[in-house]
Design a protein around this ligand. Sequence first.
Ligand code: ZN
Length: 73
Amino acid sequence: MTALAHPQLAPASSRMVRCAWCRQPVRLIVASKHQGVCPLCVAENAELGWRTVYDRRRGLGEIPANLRAAYNL
Ligand SMILES: [Zn+2]
């Protein structure tokens, strides 16, 4: 996992991270709404039950690496 250089230096609204699946740059503000993946991947994989990759309430799975990095978890 390679984060973009110094994302903390950019304003939050323009921070870029990489999609956890296709690795394309996506705005953090967008990725954070979709569990770290871009809207295209969400649309393509919605039927695969990707949400179970990480369920905070039930303590299942792992936080996606790019979210972990983005939020310093
Ligand atoms: Zn993607």
